[in-house]
Design a protein around this ligand. Structure first.
Ligand code: IVH
Length: 690
């Protein structure tokens, strides 16, 4: 007899979950990726034949949703608190003293649990009847964003618990980006000539805020849980200790970071912190310390919490990873806008698992303030960021070497020899030569980047070659490249030491780039305006200009007053666009782009002449909103016909006060302007939309 579909579905789902757990939680797969895909494929097939049997907790339903418009906010059952910090052994022992004193324990040792502190973003997961109901970010601690669709894509997080409680429970933990995924994402961005993410935590946080679960799914986020909040439910009282709770969480198939340890004394805690200060590099996720928690849950109750953190826990922060080396030289880098920034060339040194030979120096003032001079021994530090920084010079030089001369910003651009200059009110030095090869390189990378013309495959190394071979002198030249020319380019290997790393012809990849260039001709005008790299014109201003003026011809022709009459365009942007348009070489460039077939018209809907429901109202936004970014709030208001202004006056209709609103709220009160908190603001928008 053939297996009934219900039974096969059950088997497949359980088997797949077991393998997900082995792979994504225990890092110990039992089957190959191919075998796993085959199981998933079979499940998809059976579900396609029996759509009525598809359930929300099936492994096929991880990316079930479509992009969302924005996140709802939700209130946490209990506030998500933060942790007090300890930076050394003394502070750890002081924490232990406080616990024993407040707990009335005298000299009796207290048992703690030590866990790695995951460097990610905190998350609260609600399960009911064992099914994942909701995922929410920490937000301001009281309210967070409801990010269930994104959370469902994280394969370490079970959609259904194995044998857990039926009652509604909340588990809290951390979502993180594995280091390997972070490096992959940055490599892809680099190839696309885009700005890189600074560190895995920012990338994970940015990813969770993304509105498209399909993209989130590709990012390969991981998660660990470390807390059970089960208000008023039998399970809460069921466990007497944190260690029992962690064991239970893991047994339900939840991801618990496995290196946690129960320590009978504070001495054992100190040893754990010392051990992991060294071992942290061996992990595939970032950890910035150890969290020490009282194990006994009854003692935790006695100790309670302050408004900010529990008294029963503290976070030991690992010392920053530092090394000393020699500052061999200070060189400068020329950016797309001509900004010239110094960086340190270092004698290569091992730090936190990688070899460091360069560090950022921010700007000339920073170098002067730290008085860094070539030849100095310097202390360098790697925080969570990819690029290490120079902390200070070690003076006097440890081997008595006399110091060199103070460093000065070169008078001329190292790439093209033009005289550098600096505006009085700026810290940045600039090369003003628009044909400087360094500027051209960066401008082309920007032009091709994902948010600009989105020419996939045209990254830094290809741009270098196009310039070196004299094939491209400006953006318009890109549109005269032939597939044959691109195919014949040679790519340098990414890892020169690898055996297979032989320079090779681009071939098919070159042809794809040619197709991508062709495709980019049809882009909306807003992309082109942004891609041109006009100073102060970001993605948003570019979209506004395109939407209002409709054609490139008009954008190039409008006087500053007309440009500025558009709500979101300020005087700085208006002047900058005008300066760009007045430059004959830019006029020529736009003409050539047009002749090459690049679209010069906006495809966005025309701004409506109908007054919106909030027409005539002026809003001022201050403080952070939990449910949307400032830009999203502004866009929503403008869609409804309202104006958004930066300063409060008597004419302001409403001041929207988010978290940590400052002087603008104060001013609104003085002037008697109506203020709205986030709830009232969201209600007003919803009403206006309906
Ligand atoms: S326990 C009441 N355990 O660190 C606070 N937090 O700096 C309960 N974190 O907001 C937190 N790893 O997002 C705890 N093993 C761990 C953690 C951890 C990372 C985060 C958490 C918290 C932040 C405080």
């Amino acid at each position: 007899m053939p297996t009934p579909p219900e039974q096969r579905l059950k088997e497949l789902r359980e088997t797949i979950r077991r393998h997900e757990e082995r792979y994504y939680i225990h890092n110990d797969p039992e089957i190959s990726d191919e075998e796993f895909d085959r199981l998933l494929h079979e499940l998809e097939q059976v579900e396609a034949d029996h759509p009525d049997l598809v359930t929300a907790d099936s492994p096929t339903q991880r990316v079930a949703g479509h992009p969302v418009e924005g996140f709802e906010t939700v209130e946490h059952v209990t506030p998500m608190l933060s942790l007090d910090n300890a930076y050394n052994e003394g502070e750890l022992r002081a924490f232990d003293e406080r616990v024993r004193k407040a707990g009335g324990l005298g000299e009796a040792p207290v048992a703690y649990v030590a866990e790695l502190k995951i460097d990610g973003l905190s998350i609260a997961l609600t399960y009911e009847e064992g099914r994942l109901l909701r995922g929410a970010t920490r937000g301001n601690g009281t309210r967070g964003d409801e990010v269930t669709a994104n959370v469902r894509t994280i394969r370490a997080i079970p959609l259904a618990l194995r044998g857990g409680p039926a009652a509604r429970i909340e588990v809290r933990g951390e979502v993180y980006l594995p280091r390997a995924s972070f490096e992959r994402i940055n490599r892809e961005l680099e190839d696309a000539g885009e700005a890189l993410f600074a560190n895995p935590r920012n990338t994970a946080a940015g990813t969770m805020r993304n509105l498209d679960p399909a993209l989130v799914s590709k990012r390969n986020l991981g998660a660990f849980v470390y807390q059970l909040v089960a208000q008023g439910v039998a399970e809460a009282g069921h466990y007497r200790s944190h260690s029992e709770t962690l064991t239970a969480l893991a047994s339900w198939g939840l991801p618990v970071e496995p290196h946690w340890k129960r320590c009978e004394t504070i001495d054992a805690i100190v040893a754990f912190c010392e051990e992991w200060s060294e071992r942290r590099q061996t992990l595939d996720f970032g950890t910035d310390g150890v969290v020490i928690k009282v194990d006994d849950l009854a003692l935790r109750e006695t100790l309670g919490a302050t408004a900010k953190f529990p008294r029963w826990a503290t976070a030991f922060k690992f010392p920053a990873q530092q090394a000393t080396t020699t500052l061999e030289a200070i060189e400068v880098n020329v950016g797309r806008t001509g900004a010239v920034t110094p960086y340190a060339v270092l004698e290569p040194v091992k730090l936190a698992g990688s070899t460091i030979s360069m560090a950022t120096l921010h700007n000339a003032e920073d170098v002067a303030r730290k008085d860094l001079r070539p030849g100095d021994r310097v202390l360098i530090e790697k925080g969570g960021d990819v690029i290490p920084k120079v902390v200070k010079a070690i003076l006097p030089h440890p081997d008595g070497t006399p110091r060199g001369d103070p460093w000065r910003m070169p008078a001329e651009c190292p790439e093209c020899g033009s005289t550098l200059h600096r505006d009085e009110e700026e810290v940045v030095w600039r090369c003003d030569n628009p044909s400087c090869p360094a500027r051209l390189r960066r401008s082309l990378e920007h032009f091709a980047s994902r948010s600009a013309m989105n020419i996939e495959g045209l990254g830094a190394s290809l741009v270098d070659q196009l310039i070196e071979r004299g094939l491209v002198h400006d953006f318009a030249d890109l549109y005269h490249l032939t597939a044959t020319q691109l195919e014949a380019l040679v790519v340098a290997p990414r890892e020169p030491r690898s055996e297979r790393a032989v320079p090779r012809k681009l071939g098919k990849v070159g042809r794809n780039v040619a197709d991508e260039i062709e495709r980019s001709k049809a882009n909306d005008l807003s992309r082109l305006i942004y891609a041109l790299g006009i100073r102060h014109v970001g993605e948003k201003a570019a979209a506004t200009l395109a939407r209002h003026f409709r054609t490139m011809e008009r954008v190039m022709a409008e006087p500053p007053d007309a440009l500025q009459s558009v709500a979101e365009i300020g005087p700085v942007v208006a002047r900058s666009v005008r300066a760009f348009a007045d430059e004959p070489r830019n006029q020529e460039l736009v003409k050539r782009l047009k002749a090459a077939g690049v679209n010069m018209e906006s495809q966005a809907p025309e701004p409506s002449d109908q007054p919106g429901p909030l027409a005539g109202k002026t809003f001022v936004l201050t403080g952070a909103l939990a449910s949307m970014s400032r830009d999203e709030a502004q866009a929503a208001l403008e869609r409804l016909g309202a104006k958004v202004s930066g300063s409060v006056s008597k004419k302001t209709s409403y001041v929207v006060a988010g978290n940590e609103a400052g002087s603008k709220l104060e001013r609104a009160r003085q002037l008697g302007v109506e203020t709205l908190d986030e709830g009232a603001f969201v209600a007003l928008i919803m009403k206006a939309q309906s």
